[in-house]
Design a protein around this ligand. Structure first.
Ligand code: NAD
Length: 488
């Protein structure tokens, strides 16, 4: 059995107490070991967090398995009511969640307050409402009726990254719970704290013990144990391609359905007929969250005839971005998540420059602010096939290439093994239709960026993912669809 510590292991972050143990079967559970969680804001030690392994994976899957029949038997209305109460709890604690998240992952406090945490609330309300509207498809003939139902599937393992921790976690937790499943959530070890607060909020909202379990620890330890567990019926993962390969291999042993939302190397195409002010704004937006956004259009592809003007205006505009403490409302670009990540990002930039590229903006860490703040960077003059054009950097680093024709633009846009998103800036609707029809991407934005309607499918093509979540596609993934054929 799992050892339970008598005294709560609590960290206080932004005056908010956060229990850093696991939440398994409705109880706080410690592990034999702990891992250190540092803040990207100033490098300080925020918390020591329970370091789970095979033992805790076993306990969490057992708790989720035990709670499943009861939760699956609840009515849709009952589940929707609980999810709305979870949303109420998130709303009540919105400022606390925003502050803790900013300390933990370094993204801007104003984004957390205005955009990210309201989206967390929306994730719960949207899937609660969608559940009650989920329509049964019935195909009837004179002889037989076919009745299609979305049955709960069982315990779901949800594994999430650090760049938008609570938003990405609840994007999975909400539909999985709405569907009548039980959940084991494992947040990323670089940003583990808000998931623990979510467990408190869900318990206060009346979610029965074992329905939502939150476990902490390293991916290679408890993560690997969870995805290999035969008691699991769904695995949904957001993260990198190499991790997805490992999870796919583990899931194949038990033939567990997986949903993968992975990395990207998305293009942002600027045609000469575009509103250049808008195009520049869209391009500068790609530095949001210090570039740590899977969907970011990091490859700027600009029509040659406007490339010089676009580059001048982009550099002028991006140079006004204020980099600094993410809690300061005036800050535009905050820190990167971790020193190891900064070193990785800088490695790409250093190798690109050594290979002949030019950093016309930025090109290294902001030394005034310490090593964690990487300056918004634009690389030009990269040779075709260069690493910076093909690998996901996941930092505030954009590249710029030019094209002379629509065909060349589409070819460049699609010349990647990823297919998560694309952004197109053009003033010509017919061109927009032609180009978007040929782009390989799960989401294409025309003259806008980051607009999300939760009814729409979300995911990536090629190596950016497998499957789609969002709207009814989430229920298709998290449920076992059943067709019942009845004779007259
Ligand atoms: P990562 O793959 O390193 O880790 C993601 C999660 O997987 C973490 O919780 C980690 O602990 C866990 N993990 C690691 N190894 C594991 C294993 N063997 N078994 C089970 N779990 C394991 O990714 P990251 O660095 O945290 O996140 C950045 C990546 O996420 C980028 O590639 C980014 O594009 C991608 N991302 C994609 C989306 C999307 O919706 N498509 C959204 C955000 C981020």
């Amino acid at each position: 059995s799992v050892p339970i510590r008598a005294a709560a292991h609590t960290a206080t972050v932004a005056s908010v107490p956060v229990d850093t143990r696991h939440w398994i079967g409705g109880a706080r559970v410690a592990s034999g070991g702990w891992f250190a969680d540092h803040s990207p804001v100033d490098g300080s030690l925020l918390a020591e967090v329970a370091r789970g392994g095979a033992l805790e994976a076993e306990a969490a899957v057992a708790a989720a398995g035990a709670a499943f029949p009861g939760w699956a038997a609840t009515s849709r209305d009952e589940r929707a009511a609980v999810l709305h109460r979870v949303a109420d709890g998130v709303e009540r604690r919105l400022a606390e969640l925003a502050n803790v998240e900013t300390w933990d992952n370094g993204a801007l406090l104003r984004s957390h307050l205005r955009g990210v945490m309201p989206r967390v609330v929306h994730n719960f309300r949207f899937f609660a409402d969608r559940l009650t509207e989920l329509a049964h498809a019935d195909f009837d003939t004179r002889e037989h009726t076919n009745h299609v139902s979305w049955d709960p599937a069982g315990p779901c393992v949800l594994i999430t990254p650090w760049n938008a921790p609570l938003m990405l976690a609840t994007w999975k937790v909400a539909p999985a719970l709405a569907a009548g499943n039980t959940v084991i959530l494992k947040p990323a070890e670089w940003s583990p704290l808000t998931a623990s607060l979510l467990a408190d909020i869900a318990a206060e909202a009346g979610l029965p013990p074992g329905v939502l379990n939150v476990v902490q620890g390293y991916g290679e330890e408890i993560g690997a144990a969870l995805v290999a567990h035969p008691g699991v019926r769904r695995i949904s993962f957001t993260g990198s391609v190499p991790t997805a390969r490992r999870i796919a291999a583990a899931a194949s042993t038990n033939l567990v359905p997986t949903s993968f939302e992975l990395g990207g190397k998305s293009p942002l195409l600027v045609f000469a007929d575009a509103d250049l002010d808008l195009a520049v704004d869209l391009a500068v937006e790609q530095y949001d969250n210090a570039g740590q956004v899977c969907l970011a259009g990091t490859r700027l592809l600009v029509e040659s005839s406007v490339a010089a003007e676009f580059t001048d205006r982009f550099v002028a505009r991006a140079s006004t971005l204020r980099q600094g403490d993410p809690r300061d409302a005036a800050t535009d670009v905050g820190p990167s998540i971790h020193p190891d990540h900064v070193a990785r990002v800088d490695g790409f930039v250093r190798r690109a420059i050594a290979d002949g590229a030019e950093a016309v903006l930025g090109g290294g860490p902001n030394t005034d602010l310490g090593g964690l703040y990487y300056r918004p960077t634009l690389l030009t003059g990269l040779r075709p096939g260069a690493e910076a054009l093909t690998e996901e950097i996941f930092g505030p680093v954009l590249t710029l290439q030019t094209f002379d024709s629509e065909d060349e633009a589409v070819d460049l846009a699609n010349s990647t093994r990823f297919g998560l998103a694309a952004v197109v800036a053009t003033g010509d609707r017919r061109r927009a239709d032609r180009v978007t029809g040929r782009l390989v991407a799960g989401t294409v934005w025309v003259n806008c960026f980051f607009v999300r309607d939760l009814r729409a499918p979300f995911g990536g093509s090629r190596q950016s993912g497998i499957g789609r979540e969002g709207g009814d596609w989430s229920f298709d993934f998290y449920c076992d669809l059943k067709n019942t054929v009845t004779a007259p």
